[in-house]
Design a protein around this ligand. Structure first.
Ligand SMILES: Cc1cc2nc3c(=O)[nH]c(=O)nc-3n(C[C@H](O)[C@H](O)[C@H](O)COP(=O)(O)O)c2cc1C
Length: 172
């Protein structure tokens, strides 16, 4: 299985996290790419895609994701596994917390991708988010380095462990 970890980051936080997530998959064939340098052929060369992004300016995608988004929406994710992680600020932007996770998730689902790695909303405080699958569940891992940096390490540990268990069970 080829894993592609594709991230976009304005001030380097999501990029930093991508290194930590990559480390957790060190026993796998994993490549890390910045969305700023990506194309459809690269994306489709992977079996399992981990997408990482932050949310900006009241619910906008991170700038490089935004620049690629029209092309992204046209990708057929049939036979692809996808997991998403997103950075946000739940107190500063309580009506738009990690909206980017939801915006990417919706396109992946619409275009036949199989989304894994959903995450509980327990432990977060916010009003609204497009990242909600239902009121108890985010479509992907929500990380908040602005307010809950002390939670990040264990959230990554649990999220990646869940995903690796899923991969071991279903794809070995
Ligand atoms: C001007 C500005 C706007 C932001 N807008 C949002 C937002 O709408 N929703 C959210 O969850 N976080 C928002 N954030 C928080 C960022 O997503 C967060 O700081 C993130 O860690 C930045 O990651 P990056 O450096 O990888 O881009 C905003 C931050 C700034 C400075």
């Amino acid at each position: 299985m080829k894993i592609g970890l594709i991230y976009g980051s304005d001030t380097g936080v999501t990029e930093e996290i991508s290194l930590k997530i990559k480390e957790k998959f060190k026993n796998y064939n994993i490549e890390r790419h910045n969305i700023a340098n990506i194309n459809e052929d690269i994306i489709l060369s992977f079996d399992f895609l981990i997408f990482g992004l932050s949310t900006w300016y009241d619910g906008d995608l991170q700038s490089d994701w935004e620049a690629y988004f029209d092309d992204f929406k046209k990708i057929d994710f049939s036979d692809k596994l996808v997991a998403i992680y997103g950075l946000g600020d739940q107190w500063g932007y309580e009506d738009y917390f990690v909206d980017g996770i939801g915006m990417i998730a919706n396109e992946v689902i619409k275009n036949n991708g199989k989304l894994i790695g959903e995450w509980p909303t327990q432990g977060y405080e916010f009003e609204k988010s497009k990242a909600l699958k239902d009121k108890d569940t985010f479509f992907g891992l929500a990380l908040d380095e602005d307010n809950q940096y002390e939670e990040t390490e264990s959230r990554i540990e649990i999220w990646t462990k869940n995903i690796i268990e899923f991969l071991e069970k279903n794809y070995k």
